[in-house]
Design a binder for this molecule. Structure first.
Ligand SMILES: Nc1ncnc2c1ncn2[C@@H]1O[C@H](COP(=O)(O)OP(=O)(O)OP(=O)(O)O)[C@@H](O)[C@H]1O
Ligand SMILES: [Mg+2]
Length: 433
């Protein structure tokens, strides 16, 4: 009695040891095949089982109802590996276990009629065939080789079923892990793809922004160029009108005066007519000079912006009786000629507006340098511009002012209060040379 109980106690310890060992192996990381090989090595090494060092595992293909040989441990012939690649459910010992889900033991391959599959190099052997079940779901079948008519491990065959459960769980876990891994890498690829798409879209947008900027720059350059040409043409016409037409008219007047001297003194009427033609020529000369001045005041080229503004204001004062309060640069400022022309034209347009629309009696003009900005402010005391006129697309004069300023990277602010007058303020960044 004592020896039996000692034996069974030893067996239990052994069983616990093998279960623990297999569980440990199954928890290790790495390829599933390696893990299962290590498990088979441990199981076949469980001496009490008296199995040979030959074993293998099939995995279930539920849709096809076949077992597929996944891995073997120990020596197997090529023929065996080839023939056992696939075992249909119900076929031979393993197929039967796949169908029944129950563990099966076979005394000898030659005498057991269920052992339907044979091999040319087959030697007599017995089998433990163990279902690999994870929560009642069959995931595979494990086969262990024994001698013929073995001394079956009687103590607890349940230990083998338990090991089968452990292996099945490990296989299932691996499957889930693999699926998760696949899903994760799929997601990663998706993110990479999307990131790539976004990067491309971004680059495309940046490209478009760049090309827009370029077009804007080109338009600005074109506008500057067009304005320059217009001003040059005005200058040329102004010079021709003033010099050529003026000189011709003066010559005409001189000739007429000579002619007048030779006329008979007594012909009073003829003398009167000659005098009136001379005064007509004088008026024409004045008018020609006026046109030349309007086109391009020479004072602007000769003396610069402030002098030109003062001269023009004086003209307006004489013509319309408007008072001007001018404050143009505290210190002398050397400006680019084209910029001076642009500022002068804006001043002219603003004062023309005052004359035409403001009913003002006074205009204040201030041209100054504030930090690195050239600032020109024109403020009248008239009726005040209406808000809707400021941004109106029909306000061509105001649009012209903005265009000129944009060419110089500057900004315009136009504001008005009813009865309080209108204020035009422009700011242009200046790079000091
Ligand atoms: N100083 C001002 N005071 C009051 N109203 C003004 C003043 N300046 C402009 N406005 C209003 O803004 C409108 C638009 O001015 P803008 O210079 O663009 O056009 P315009 O003077 O009418 O025509 P043009 O194209 O010949 O200049 C004017 O018609 C006028 O109603
Ligand atoms: Mg106008």
């Amino acid at each position: 009695m004592t020896s039996i109980s000692k034996n069974s106690a030893d067996n239990i310890t052994e069983e616990y040891r093998i279960l623990h060992k297999v569980a440990q192996i199954l928890q290790s990381s790495g390829e599933l095949e390696n893990i299962l090989q290590n498990a088979l090595r441990a199981i076949t090494g469980f001496e009490e089982l008296k199995v040979e060092n030959k074993a293998g595992i099939f995995l279930v293909d539920e849709s096809q109802k076949v077992l597929r040989l996944f891995t073997t441990f120990g020596e197997f012939s090529k023929e065996f590996i080839e023939k056992e690649k696939e075992v249909p459910f119900g076929d031979c010992l393993c197929g039967r276990v796949a169908e029944s889900g129950q563990m099966l033991m076979s005394e000898s391959c030659f005498s057991d009629p269920r052992h339907e599959r044979t091999f040319s190099d087959m030697t007599a052997h017995g089998h433990y065939i163990i279902p690999l079940k994870s929560s009642d779901k069959l995931v595979g079948v494990m086969f262990l080789y024994t001698n013929t008519n073995p001394d079956w491990y009687k103590h607890s065959q349940e230990v083998l079923v338990s090991i089968g459960g452990l292996i099945a769980n490990a296989i299932e876990k691996k499957k889930v892990d693999d699926e998760l891994e696949q899903y994760r890498s799929h997601l990663e690829n998706l993110v990479k793809l999307r990131t790539g798409e976004l990067t491309n879209a971004n680059a495309q947008l940046l490209g478009e922004v760049e090309s827009h900027k370029k077009t804007q720059d080109e338009l600005r350059q074109l506008s500057i160029q067009t304005e320059k040409i217009r001003e040059e043409e005005k200058c040329e016409i102004s010079r021709k009108v003033h010099d050529e037409l003026g000189q011709l008219l003066t010559a005409m007047k001189m000739d007429l005066l000579q002619l007048d001297k030779r006329l008979p003194k007594e012909d009073v009427e003829l003398h009167q007519r000659a005098d009136s033609v001379v005064s007509l020529i004088d008026d024409t000369i004045k008018s020609v000079q006026g046109i030349a001045m309007e086109l391009r005041p020479p004072i602007l080229d000769a003396f610069g912006l402030c002098e030109a503004i003062a001269w023009q204001a004086d003209e307006y004062k004489k013509r319309y009786g408007i008072q001007f309060d001018i404050n143009c640069f505290q210190k002398h400022m050397e400006l680019e000629k084209d910029l001076e022309i642009a500022l002068f034209r804006i001043f002219q347009e603003s004062i023309t507006n005052v004359v035409r629309h403001a009913e003002a009696t006074q205009v204040k003009i201030k041209v100054s340098l504030e930090n690195d900005q050239l600032v020109m402010k024109i403020q009248d005391n008239g009726v005040g511009i209406q808000k809707d006129k400021i941004e109106d697309s029909n306000s061509i004069g105001l649009i012209g002012i903005r265009e000129r300023i944009r060419s110089w990277n500057g900004e315009v602010q136009i504001s008005g209060e009813t009865g309080q007058g209108t204020r035009v303020e422009i700011r242009i960044p200046i790079t000091k040379s």
